[in-house]
Design a protein around this ligand. Structure first.
Ligand code: ADP
Length: 382
């Protein structure tokens, strides 16, 4: 069945005109085309009829006593329940000014008296086709919403399952390494046993980090709620960097901090945002050779807080930059093959920054280094 036929059979049209002969002529014509027709002769009864039984389209005369067509249209457009019903104004041929006004207050089209019947039908069908298409789009959107909601529920279930079913066995494995520690074995077997236990612990650690990262990302994407508070930017960054000074000097990397001026505050989820800074600084150190420099700086400008982590390390090839924040994406370039990682860090970072209403960008040149910049809006209601 074509949409046009479907429209004709189902569409209800409300016709409003204070001259009965106009109504009769129009209504006869519409009925011939298979439309359901209702009639009203003044503004008040129009509003009542629309409320009681909303039509698919209204043909509305402009010149009526008491309440004219514009006033009726304005009232319909002001009410969310009726604002989407298309209104076609009925106007006298000479009333160009009126037609313009009709469009301004929300009319979708007009027909002129005396009626050219084929033109009237064409204009009505046009508008009904648009109504039909809009409803189809709304129905598809509702279907999509339902689909995504069910996917989200599945994701929630997966997170709950994974939390227990993946983490618990890892704890059990770790528990058994303590048993192995206490095992009495021949002196000659001890090195092998110790090495094996260390390898197991190492693998469990990596798996635990991966599981935690995956769960965190899934939870963040599902829309976890940030716990926001105002913190002094300088204190926050100093605290984040505390644990990196030792690591940096072990790797022979100069870690420089350029503090923001004054004691400006930012509103953030401190523990999530600390994860962002930790991740960026850890990467900067991980992907830099000895004797290079990592600089962390922050500043406030134009209502935004910027935090930048710059390194003079191996850099990132241009072709990889667009994918860098994708989950599990790892760059395969010289200098990074020995570095361990899951490829989840930057996608967690991006998700956290975006949940704060901010943006993260990267600039990089192979062999020269990378600069990651986080820009956060300075408002209390993220
Ligand atoms: P990973 O756990 O692999 O470090 P990330 O998501 O943190 O995962 O980073 C994704 C990839 O981006 C890394 O594998 C690395 O190749 C590249 N990368 C991230 N930060 C830097 C950096 N500062 N310098 C060079 N490459 C980087």
């Amino acid at each position: 069945m074509t949409p046009q036929l479907q429209i004709s059979r189902q569409a209800k049209i409300l016709m409003v005109d204070d001259v009965p002969s106009n109504l009769i002529a129009l209504s006869d014509m519409m009925t011939t085309f298979g439309y359901g027709v209702e009639k009203a002769r003044d503004g008040r009864s129009t509003l009542e009829a629309v409320k009681a039984n909303p039509p698919d389209l209204i043909l509305l005369d402009i010149n009526m006593p008491d309440m004219n067509g514009y006033e009726v249209c304005e009232k319909l457009k002001a009410d969310p329940a009726t604002r989407d019903i298309p209104v076609i104004f009925i106007s006298a041929l000479s009333e160009t000014e009126n037609i313009v006004r009709g469009f301004e207050i929300g009319g979708v089209d007009y027909i002129t008296k005396p009626f050219q019947y084929r033109e009237v039908v064409a204009r009505v069908q046009n508008q009904l086709m648009l109504v039909y298409q809009r409803r189809q789009i709304e129905a598809l959107r509702a279907q999509d919403r339902q689909y995504f909601e069910s996917l989200n529920r599945m994701k929630d279930q997966f997170i709950r399952m994974a939390t227990h079913d993946l983490r618990n066995p890892l704890n059990v494995i770790l528990g058994y390494t303590h048993v192995l520690d206490r095992l009495e074995v021949a002196e000659s077997d001890k090195p092998l046993l110790n090495q094996s236990v260390e390898n197991i612990r190492d693998s469990v650690d990596k798996m635990r980090t991966l599981v935690t990262d995956m769960l965190d990302l899934a939870q963040l994407e599902t829309g976890s709620h940030l716990s926001l508070s105002a913190v002094v930017l300088n204190d926050f960054l100093q605290k984040c960097l505390t644990s990196f000074h030792v690591l940096a000097s072990q790797e022979q990397i100069e870690l420089v901090y350029e503090a923001p001026p004054g004691d400006a505050c930012i509103t953030i989820d401190e523990s999530y945002m600390a994860r962002v800074v930790d991740n960026l600084v850890a990467n900067a150190i991980k992907y830099s050779p000895p004797k290079s420099k990592v600089t962390v700086r922050a500043w406030i400008k134009g209502g935004c807080t910027s935090i930048e982590v710059q390194d003079t390390g191996i850099g990132i090839p241009k072709a990889d930059l667009p994918h860098l924040f994708d989950a599990f994406y790892r760059v395969q370039n010289a200098g990074s093959e020995q570095v361990e990682g899951s490829g989840l860090g930057l996608s967690i970072v991006k998700t956290i920054v975006e949940q704060h209403g901010g943006q993260i960008t990267v600039q990089s040149k192979t062999g020269q280094g990378s600069t990651f910049r986080v820009v956060l809006p300075m408002n209390d209601t993220i």
